[in-house]
Design a binder for this molecule. Structure first.
Ligand SMILES: NC(=O)c1ccc[n+]([C@@H]2O[C@H](COP(=O)([O-])OP(=O)(O)OC[C@H]3O[C@@H](n4cnc5c(N)ncnc54)[C@H](O)[C@@H]3O)[C@@H](O)[C@H]2O)c1
Length: 341
């Protein structure tokens, strides 16, 4: 039985991945998370007592604690989701992005090397490839697209990817990298486009849309990202990069209009605001490699995925209201602090 350390498993994608792995594999999952503002253990209440699951509060930058956790729990694989992940926050201040995304990754790579782990998977992003022209729909990011980073967030993620490559080439560390497009689905922090718009539309507030709203993103349902990572973990060729995407490009403004329509709200709620500095125009992923080589394909098409997502936010209003009010931060204190030595 494998013992997998999932770092950042209390965040949006990490928590979906923890659940996906427990439901589909017989592995022990150790969720190692610092619980920053983006980490929320309420994302995992349904599986917190699962016999193959354990939560460990920790910082990936803490070398001693990372190494002792790996030894104590006989970890053989790391899947690293832990990151500062919001581009807007990286524009306001990039230090935390460099510390967690770059130095934290370096600590994990060193631990994996020193302790002889079987596999290390780095969860990266399509944002490392920069921006595509809006009018050349035939051009998409492939695994060979040069890294061209435009935000401090993407620069920190690309730096981590380069370190992963270096550890593979220099130390023969068994590294895999996945680069995924924009995710949507349950448990996404309502600072990101889709849940933010759902929340604001529900409350009858203005929906802020950057610039002209014609930035294009390629949206993938979060469970499909999780199944892609699992496929790479199981069958991926060591040292390789795999793009994961939905082949599903949307203008931001059209996503916002769709949400308003689905919620029976009026487009007069839309408010265009000053564009994000350095805002990438278009992302689009070519996922043919993972589909061809590993047999992965997304299970959910967008019309189904967006309906499931909106329904989830409607049925879990308490969850996102507590996130927005900060109430969720008390969950760890209330439920875990007494359980930790
Ligand atoms: N959200 C997307 O659309 C998307 C797309 C492609 C790739 N990614 C990548 O996937 C990963 C997860 O993204 P997300 O949207 O779930 O992010 P998130 O912000 O929701 O979650 C990040 C998690 O990492 C934890 N964390 C932060 N710093 C830590 C540290 N120093 N030590 C331990 N834990 C720490 C946080 O507490 C949180 O639980 C990130 O690496 C991101 O770059 C995200």
């Amino acid at each position: 039985m494998k013992n997998i350390l999932v770092t950042g498993g209390a965040g949006f994608i990490g928590s979906n991945f923890v659940r996906y792995m427990l439901q589909n594999f017989d592995y022990r999952i150790f969720n190692f998370d610092k619980l920053t503002y983006a980490g929320n253990l309420e994302n995992l209440t349904d599986i917190e007592n699962h016999s193959n699951y354990k939560f460990i509060k920790g910082d990936i930058c803490d070398k001693e604690f990372v190494e002792s956790t790996i030894k104590e729990n006989k970890i053989d694989t790391i899947v690293n989701f832990a990151a500062e992940s919001h581009v807007d926050r990286s524009i306001l201040g990039s230090r935390e992005f460099v510390v967690t995304n770059v130095l934290g990754t370096q600590v994990l790579l060193d631990a994996a090397k020193n302790l002889g782990l079987e596999k290390y998977l780095q969860v990266s992003t399509d944002e490392v490839y920069g921006s595509l022209p809006e009018d050349k729909k035939e051009i998409k990011f492939t695994e060979l697209t040069p890294l061209t980073t435009n935000s401090p967030y993407s620069a920190s993620k690309a730096s981590a990817d380069l370190l992963c490559n270096a550890y593979h080439h220099t130390h023969r560390l068994p590294v895999l990298i996945t680069r995924c497009s924009n995710n949507y689905g349950p448990y996404q922090f309502p600072e990101k486009l889709i849940p933010l718009m759902i929340a604001k539309a529900t409350d009858g507030e203005k929906l802020p849309v950057y610039g002209d709203g014609r930035n294009v993103r390629d949206w993938l349902y979060v469970e499909d990202h999780c199944s892609g990572i699992a496929a790479v973990l199981e069958k991926g060729k060591i040292g390789e990069v795999y793009n994961i995407g939905g082949n599903n490009e949307w203008y931001n403004i059209d996503i916002v209009k769709l949400i308003l329509e689905k919620l029976g709200k009026d487009e007069s709620q839309i408010q265009f605001v000053k564009d994000r500095p350095g805002h990438d125009r278009r992302y689009a992923i070519d996922s043919s490699k993972i589909m061809r080589e590993l047999g992965w394909a997304p299970k959910y098409q967008f019309p189904e995925g967006i309906d499931m997502t909106i329904k989830w936010y409607m049925e879990n209003e308490k969850w996102w209201r507590e996130v927005m009010s900060g109430e969720y931060m008390k969950y760890f204190e209330k439920n875990y602090s007494s359980k930790i030595k």
